[in-house]
Ligand binder design. Sequence first.
Ligand SMILES: [Zn+2]
Ligand SMILES: [Zn+2]
Length: 368
Amino acid sequence: MTELIKAAVLTAVNKPLELQEFPAPAPSSGGAVVAVAYAGICGTDIHLKSGNLPVPMPIVMGHEAVGTIAALDPALSTDINGAPLRVGDRVVWSNNIPCGRCHECLVLKERTLCKSRKIYGINRTSSDAPHLLGGMAGQIALEAGTAIIRIPDDVTFEEVIALGCAGPTALHGMLENLTIHPGDTVAVQGSGPVGLAAAIYAKQMGADKVILLGAPASRLELALEIGACDEVIDMGIYTDPAARLEKLRQMTPQERGADVVIECAGVPAAVAESLDLARPNGQVLVLGQYTDHGATPINPHYITKKQLKIFGSWGFAEAHYVKYVESLSQLRKRHDLGALLTVFALEDVNDAMDTVAAGQCTKAVLRP
Ligand SMILES: [Zn+2]
Ligand SMILES: [Zn+2]
């Protein structure tokens, strides 16, 4: 009898996810089947559920996961770094497969902009076999072309999933756009996983001081506790943008403002505020506006007058995921990444989604 695998399926917008069962898949040509150890819940999942980002339904959700190889097609013998792959290996994978043939992939060399990217848990319906193309399930079927990465022996599943898609997202935007020097102050707007990842990597890239603006207080305390940032501005206390600007300026030399501002808040108004927080000739990276929440008033005069450098960055591709995993052996020595997790059973997926939507935890993960 075929083994049945449980999965959390979104069948309609704004409806609770359903637990459905699908037959255990066999690896496709050049692919692998992974027994999921943890699947992360990301802010994006909340937007998918509420219909802010249209997805094909029904869909097994989950675009970030880690696990153990359960079955391997003989045509797949190494991970993306050339390390041998075997059944039982602990792995993670880049959640998207760019086509590798289009203008964006080949001419612009921006694989994140590929319009026909296949993304596990985001644009792969569960209607057809192999059904299990999202992480919130007992198993996931990874297809040929997936960048599978063997997890280094000294890194735990918990440490990888803690910044599951936030880490590579932050790395993509920061490595390819920002210049951070010793002595710099970096302000990060937003204390969710992307904000924490940006704060951690800002320090890695050489920043002297990293200031995290966010809420609630519990998240900021956790950020300080794991050493993700040096100082915080609690938006529950500093509710007014003018008060936050004054506070931030006081924390920077000659009250100049931040050398670099990284927007990870996802709220359109945060972008207008980032222009104020940045010092003259400073850099602003807009990383958090993954979901289209509409327009917001800004004063473009500041961009010209302050000679701001403004960058945008969308998701991540294989190279960023490889860098992310490579960074973890050192990051784990400096930061207790596992402390970010709140673990739920797969069966409690709807409770977990509600907890994330309410901002009551930093990183919710499901354990099948
Ligand atoms: Zn995500
Ligand atoms: Zn493409």
